[in-house]
Design a protein around this ligand. Structure first.
Ligand SMILES: C[S@@+](CC[C@H](N)C(=O)[O-])C[C@H]1O[C@@H](n2cnc3c(N)ncnc32)[C@H](O)[C@@H]1O
Length: 382
């Protein structure tokens, strides 16, 4: 896989400021156009950005190397360690310059592989890339996933892949930790629903969908999985996974769960592990502790099940208010859960390696604060 990626011109991510300087030196005009479009991109119109990004194949791959190199590599490393049902027709929706599509063609040499994108320049680059890699089982078409031309839609696909496209098409519910129940009771975003419906229409009965669509929040992720189910795709939660899929520029930008589903008659929405999968994705790279407050803290804390209590301390303040600091463990995580006397909550998620340190801190918390009149350690949850 590494060899394949190197042949596409994808290099390991370089440090961002150096990249910008290098990009400007190598591609002065293209880089300026891309930066201009990146500001517009932030305001919601992504199309000119992909036009600018795809002004040449070298430039497109240089941009991929910087911003998405890790993500693409991680996704493909995950992809090849899974077993996939035999696939004869594969569709990569929103293929951009075709790097993933070409990989599918390389990986499934007997399959007919299609890549579509709404950006015509992306399609030109994708064709160039396929020619460079001497692949003859892949074709690219300029098409809108929401309005597929008949010649591409008439025969279904047995593997449909969507990587970081849903978040481009739709503007789903925001709000970092809206509850799963809340998302379930709200209608899903109409654009997400249309995109999910389009994917389902393209998928063969029993075919497999792989959606590595970055979502910015648990709420958005829940809406997306619900939209898929509403359109007849049964998500197989036991097969879903989460990847670190780091973004060069902004790790926190997207959620990284990968959904695996199949088109089934009478698919039903079983939100089961949405929250746990999301939380797992969020906490996968615990370079920095993750801090959640209030309802978010409590929701996530409750989602971590079953978890083990490690130690706790109750502090009584002068005004008789009580605070509890507890250390818990859940799989690879150590958690500091704080109940403030006024009902507030704080949850800090760290690597499990930090448990001894967090327990030690329980002793330190109570030291030297004149407001604390009583300290009580406990060994099972209160
Ligand atoms: C973030 S890029 C993802 C590219 C690639 N799948 C990856 O994972 O790196 C999103 C792509 O989706 C394309 N796109 C957005 N809306 C689309 C639509 N309605 N139909 C087809 N492609 C679309 C964009 O042009 C862009 O190339």
């Amino acid at each position: 896989m590494g060899h394949f990626l190197a042949r596409t011109g994808l290099h390991n991510r370089v440090y961002r400021p150096e990249f910008h300087a290098a990009l400007e030196r190598r591609f002065p005009e293209h880089a300026k156009a891309l930066y201009d479009e990146a500001s517009a991109h932030k305001e919601g119109n992504t199309r000119p950005y992909y036009t600018a990004k795809n002004s040449s194949l070298d430039f497109s791959q240089a941009v991929n190397s910087q911003f998405w190199g890790d993500r693409l590599e991680e996704y493909l490393a995950w992809f090849v360690q899974r077993e996939w049902p035999p696939a004869h027709r594969i569709l990569d929706v929103g293929c951009d310059n075709g790097i993933l599509t070409c990989f599918y063609a390389h990986y499934f040499p007997d399959a007919e592989v299609f890549g579509i994108d709404i950006c015509p320049e992306a399609i030109e680059r994708a064709r160039e890339l396929a020619a460079k890699l001497c692949l003859d089982n892949v074709q690219f078409h300029h098409a809108d996933a929401l309005d597929m031309p008949a010649h591409l839609a008439e025969k279904p696909y047995d593997l449909v892949a969507s990587s970081f496209v849903a978040c481009n098409i739709a503007h789903p519910v925001q709000g970092p930790f809206a509850s799963t129940e809340e998302c379930m009771s709200n209608p899903s975003d109409p654009d997400l629903a249309s995109y999910a419906h389009a994917l389902s229409e393209l998928l063969a009965e029993g075919g497999t969908l792989v959606s590595a669509d970055g979502m910015k929040s648990l709420a958005a992720f829940a809406s997306w999985s619900r939209a898929l189910c509403d359109s007849g795709i049964e998500i197989d939660w036991s097969e879903c996974d989460c990847l670190s899929l780091s973004e060069g520029s902004d790790k926190a930008l997207y959620g990284r769960p990968v959904l695996i589903g199949s088109k089934q008659d009478g698919a039903s929405y079983q939100p089961g592990d949405i929250r746990a999968l999301w939380v797992m994705a969020e906490t996968q790279q615990l370079g920095e502790p993750i801090e959640l407050m209030g309802t978010a803290a409590e929701l996530v804390f409750q989602a971590m099940h079953p978890k083990q209590f490690v130690a706790g301390v109750e502090l009584t303040l002068e005004n008789n208010r009580k605070l509890r600091h507890e250390v818990w463990e859940y799989e690879a995580l150590a958690m500091r859960h704080v109940h403030f006397g006024n009902g507030g909550r704080l949850l800090v998620l760290e690597s499990r390696l930090m448990t001894p340190q967090l327990v030690k801190e329980l002793d330190e918390i109570s030291q030297g604060d004149p407001e604390i009149v009583r300290v009580e350690r406990y060994d099972s949850p209160k």
